[in-house]
Design a binder for this molecule. Structure first.
Ligand code: ADP
Length: 475
């Protein structure tokens, strides 16, 4: 763990092992921190807050830019570690490191643009000055599916705003978190500004984060169930809260779309990170006119995907994170099958050629999905593309909106009016229009409803870590 400028073990001396999800091999051992360690990390962040908050935006921007440079320089090492620890193919890990580093650069630039306002008053002898200040100590909890970019997406804006940080990464990916910290430390971060607590059992750490009065803001990315618990506790403590949670993204293919282009897009998007992404399409609505062309395009593409260890050449889909994830995916597919769906490709756990050492599920297409199936309602977080054939164009937006989640949605159409109407009608925070990657460090990312509160990235991102302070000045 990294507390007050030093790498330290847990006070209890406990450790836990980190394994490769593709092989089951132990790849590292890290400190198993507890409530006391979390308290020490918060104390360090609190002690460093006033000096860090008093640095100039230019100083913070220069440090963040140096962190971006170091992370970019170490891209190959970081990507290879990510593939070992998290499982995604090396190409995807490399892309994630670039995306992660970009948050450091974007927020280095944003730091210099923190401004205030000179506001008019109704009184002739009064002026108003409004300024932005850092919220203070930030507690961050991050997930395993994007184990580097989800850290910088929080740390970049928090540091740019002038906040100190205590971060707890997912228990499956603490090594990536340590590697991110190494980049930031080597750039010259002052002691206490960034602190890292690793733990096998996240609950005691979460309890400290959400109840310690020195913590002013909680930022979380993970499941809706855990986000709801942490946000409620943080709310009780009147901490500021942003939570980026689950999704159940619709992917709508309109009658005026090119079904082959749409199917290629769906195939590229759905199997990224083995489907373990909150913006992964989970309900693919294909108009009846296009069902045949769409299925005939996606099925052979999915059949061709090579599954295996992400370090191997040509592998497109890696393992799932653990056994529970495989069981959840298998349960959804078996349920759909039992209720009448067809599974033209995949639909089983992969055990041959050494894959039994890891958590592999075959890239799968399910057709004839209907409302009574689990997969229609629940986030899958696995490599399964569920296809729903629809007839009535006027109903499809309502079908897509019929979920409490509201993160990403995708629309395929060649008609500008259809695209704009869909964008306006969909109750989701991120909408891809003929586009499978509607994300960037410079664009706001976040959801509505059960998908969370707040936005990360973009101009909005830094605002989550700032207070507004007003001075009324009598002349
Ligand atoms: P997933 O189901 O995708 O693994 P989780 O929401 O369980 O997602 O995990 C996301 C992050 O939340 C991880 O860092 C995990 O350790 C943490 N976490 C899980 N449960 C709790 C909890 N009760 N308190 C604090 N953090 C938690």
């Amino acid at each position: 763990m990294f507390i007050n400028g030093e790498w330290v073990g847990a006070r209890s001396g406990a450790t836990f092992e980190v394994t490769n999800p593709a092989t089951g091999e132990v790849i590292g051992t890290v400190a198993d921190g507890g409530a006391e360690d979390a308290g020490a990390a918060i104390a360090a962040a609190d002690a460093a807050q006033s000096a860090w908050g008093a640095t100039t935006a230019h100083e913070r921007a220069d440090l963040l830019m140096e962190e971006w440079r170091i992370m970019t320089e170490r891209s190959a090492v970081l990507a290879s570690l990510m593939t070992k620890e998290q499982g995604k193919p090396l190409k995807a890990s490399t892309a994630e490191v670039a995306y992660a580093a970009d948050f450091l650069r974007w927020f280095a630039e944003e730091a210099r643009r923190i401004t205030g306002a000179w506001l008019p008053s109704a009184r002739k002898d009064q002026r108003f000055l409004s300024v932005k200040t850092p919220v203070g100590v930030v507690a961050a909890v991050t997930p395993w599916n994007y184990p580097i970019s989800m850290l910088t997406r929080k740390m970049g804006p928090a540091l740019a705003a002038g906040c100190t940080i205590v971060l707890k990464p997912a228990e499956a990916t603490p090594l990536c978190a340590q590697a991110v910290y190494e980049c930031l430390i080597d750039a010259g971060m002052p002691a206490g500004v960034i602190n890292l607590v690793t733990a096998l059992d996240p609950k005691p750490i979460g309890d400290v984060f959400t109840s310690d009065p020195r913590v002013k803001k909680l930022t979380f990315t993970g499941s809706t169930a855990v986000g709801r618990i942490l946000a409620s506790k943080a709310g009780h403590s009147l901490q500021r809260v942003s939570v980026e949670l689950g999704g159940h993204a619709p992917f709508i293919v309109y009658p005026d779309a090119d079904p082959v282009h749409a199917a290629k897009g769906a195939a590229a998007l759905k199997f990224l990170n083995s489907g373990q992404a909150c913006i992964s399409p989970n309900r693919i609505f294909v108009h009846a006119d296009h069902a045949e062309a769409f299925i005939d395009t996606i099925v052979p593409r999915v059949a061709k995907v090579k599954v295996g260890e992400g370090t191997l050449e040509g592998v497109g889909v890696g393992p799932l994170v653990n056994e529970a994830a495989v069981a959840k995916v298998a349960n959804q597919v078996d349920d759909a099958r039992a209720k009448g769906a067809e599974v033209p490709v995949g639909g089983k756990r992969l055990l041959e050629a050494g894959l039994d050492r890891g958590h592999f599920y075959a890239p799968t297409v399910v057709t004839g999905v209907t409302e009574d199936m689990l997969i229609y309602r629940e986030e899958t977080f696995g490599p399964v593309a569920p296809i729903i054939t629809y007839d009535d164009v006027d109903q499809v937006i309502a079908m897509a909106n019929n979920t409490n989640y509201g993160l990403a949605a995708y629309v395929y159409t060649r008609d500008l009016s259809t695209a704009i109407r869909a964008m306006e009608g969909l109750r989701f925070g991120i909408i891809g229009i003929n586009d499978v990657n509607p994300t960037s460090a410079g664009a706001p990312f976040g959801g509505m409803g059960d998908s969370g509160l707040g936005r990360e990235g973009g101009h909005e991102g830094i605002g989550e870590y700032q207070e507004t302070k007003l001075a009324g000045i009598a002349l």
